[in-house]
Design a protein around this ligand. Sequence first.
Ligand SMILES: Cc1cc2nc3c(=O)[nH]c(=O)nc-3n(C[C@H](O)[C@H](O)[C@H](O)COP(=O)(O)OP(=O)(O)OC[C@H]3O[C@@H](n4cnc5c(N)ncnc54)[C@H](O)[C@@H]3O)c2cc1C
Length: 495
Amino acid sequence: MELNADFNARVVVHSEQLAWTPSPMAGVDRRMLDRIGDEVARATSIVRYAPGSHFSAHTHTGGEEFIVLDGVFQDEHGDFPEGTYVRNPPTTSHHRREPDRRWRDVEQRRLAATARWGIASIRCRRRRRKSLDEDRSPCPCQGTRDLMSVLIVGGGLSGLTLADMLEREGRDYQLVEARARFGGRIKTEHCGEGAFDMGPAWFWPGQPRIAALIKDHRLAAFEQYARGDLLYEGPDGRVERGRGFASMQGSLRLEGGLEKLTSRLAGGLSSQRIHLGKAVRALQKTEEGITAALQSGDVLEAKQVVLALPPRIAATLHFDPPLPETMRNAMRDIPTWMAGHAKAIAIYDTPFWRDARLSGDATSRHGPMVEIHDASPAMGGPYALFGFLGVPPEGRKDVPRLRQHIVAQLVRLFGDAAAAPRQLILKDWAFDPHTATPLDHAPLYAHPSYRLPAALQGIWHGRLLFAGTEAAPQFGGYLEGALEAAENALHSLKT
Ligand SMILES: Cc1cc2nc3c(=O)[nH]c(=O)nc-3n(C[C@H](O)[C@H](O)[C@H](O)COP(=O)(O)OP(=O)(O)OC[C@H]3O[C@@H](n4cnc5c(N)ncnc54)[C@H](O)[C@@H]3O)c2cc1C
């Protein structure tokens, strides 16, 4: 919402002519004078409290100012009769004791309030003002609800699954995702009728949760294409047919790409509970729970927070009080599975390698791709080959050159027909700040043995928890692990 939002334009409003708009807190109404944003907003309002209404404790991260117009405003700091002017500087908090009649907020700057987030308290943030006039801006410190129960940070497979489980149990939660899309490491690109996974592509028999989830959502799996001969490229670039092994034979893929799964999950959640483009920047322990400050300037408060993201990414957040170095190191010591990798997908109109009785599987000691597989859809085209790049992240920065080398390698392996892909898509996860940190640029030679270490359990009286595949003891790193970790987080949440 944008209401009288141009602060260079003169505005004259008679408040008596404005309707009272209910706030998310019962008995608390406001007349909106100006506002930028919905419930989470910068706003000036007149706020009316019905007898018996109240708001719970909340922090004004950016400060607030108000004048009591009528009655007595009461909070834990005292009683403020009509005519009182109160300025609460940034980061102070208060809660309403006994409401009387009505009071009015003025100059409320960047109020990050409730309903949009469905959160408990009001968050007011005030910018430095250049002049008094400019100061006539908003922060409606109006009513609030109880603290939200669970804030999930991260809308990858794990965070979405936890949200889904909470939603099915009718529990209170909000989910914030830094990117403009859900799915995290699951990312599917589309070309014509084809869907191509730029992150994970496979799951395996013996992984019960992902199989059940796919079945629940009535999606279909199919087997990795592996019919035909394999290729091997030696260090000198010489290609041998029939050497190597079909490492991914028997692996399963999802028709339409794995993003189908995360979009189905997200689509089943209440839209007012899930928020894209909302990166958490800092977490602060409070008496009642945890306050999360977002890059957007919004502030959310919850009784419990679940970090459904790689621990190394979690270690980049600001914690207040600061976490002991042992905890931070424990987070940094957990490698993010596949975060240092890059994938290239070459899309073609015809499956010329299949026509030549090649499976599309190739291993190479020459590069730049070290492992190549067929990435075509279950049925029909367009068809594709994909490869993991073996060049370390630092050597992948010259993308145009890299693309040339990728195509040249495909021609060496599969012949001239590979020279002109309809599309060549690259995704370098190592430089994606929501997945990888510089620590992930070091190569991993084996699948780490994942499990949340003791140092990362029971943080802030058990209010700060981890989900995310790296927290899963049995299937850590895999899609199945993301589901396992969500399940474990659900069991650890206090009701
Ligand atoms: C190239 C590649 C290939 C892979 N292949 C396979 C495979 O074939 N099979 C398999 O099982 N697994 C594979 N994996 C691993 C698989 O992708 C992961 O196990 C799984 O996707 C992890 O899900 P997650 O929800 O735990 O984490 P993520 O998907 O990483 O989700 C974390 C989410 O948190 C968000 N976030 C980060 N910081 C913040 C913040 N500050 N505030 C709010 N949100 C934030 C991120 O944007 C992200 O959406 C592969 C991974 C990669 C990169």
